[in-house]
Design a protein around this ligand. Structure first.
Ligand code: GRF
Length: 206
């Protein structure tokens, strides 16, 4: 797939979205940003995407009143209208149904702030501290119907330092997420099967 159009799903600050869009715009990632879709009209990432000239759309999940399929269908429509060929979830905080995961099977990635399969779901940094691990990090994986469980495409590790809090850990992991996600997306665009077979591993500086 050469220079595919990428749809990006966000819910909040959008720093991973920004890292992906900037990497596409500099040519580091051989793709173009088609649209940024948020489920939250207040998401700070929307303005950041607009500032970079990327079209945005809001599908407010509250309008679907708990009907996850209807919400997913509306998001899917935005992605299709924009011509997206690959979808990158970047801090998209919604549980998806097969309406989305099925439609984009094999073409949808997510970034999760832990070294999967450890710490699926929310509160990953606090849970890592609670568990006493000394290595933590982030994972880019394919999206399947089972939460945070698709094929691992890349991981970035960082040490847990004495005195770390969930906040300090989150900040250091996030910084590595911004390096990991563009690299994994590039590998996936070039050859999805090779990306699955040979995930990218980023280790901390010794
Ligand atoms: C990131 O840590 C991401 O891994 C997680 O939520 C956070 C989103 O941050 N799913 P941002 O919106 O990309 O700044």
């Amino acid at each position: 797939m050469s220079e595919p159009a990428v749809g990006i799903l966000i819910s909040g600050a959008g720093s991973n979205m920004l890292a992906l869009v900037e990497a596409m715009q500099t040519g580091e990632v051989p793709a173009r940003p088609a649209i940024v879709v948020s489920n939250d009209p207040q998401a700070a990432g929307l303005a950041k995407a607009s500032a970079l000239g990327v079209p945005t759309a809001v599908v407010d999940h509250r309008a679907s009143k708990g009907d996850r399929e209807a919400f997913d269908a509306a998001v899917n429509a935005k992605l299709r209208e924009a011509g997206a060929e690959i979808v990158a979830c970047a801090g998209f905080m919604r549980i998806m149904t097969p309406v989305l995961t099925g439609a984009w099977a094999g073409r949808m990635l997510n970034i999760h702030p832990s070294l999967l399969p450890l710490f699926k779901g929310l509160g990953t940094h606090a849970r890592a501290l609670e568990a006493g691990v000394c290595v933590h990090g982030a994972t880019v994986h394919e999206v399947t119907q089972e939460l945070d469980s698709g094929a691992i495409l890349g991981q970035a590790a960082i040490p847990v330092l004495p005195g770390d809090t969930a906040q300090t850990l989150a900040a250091r992991v996030l910084e590595r997420e911004h390096v990991l996600y563009p690299r994994v997306l590039t590998a996936f665009i070039r050859d999805p099967e090779a990306a699955r077979q040979t995930p990218i591993a980023i280790f901390p500086d010794p």
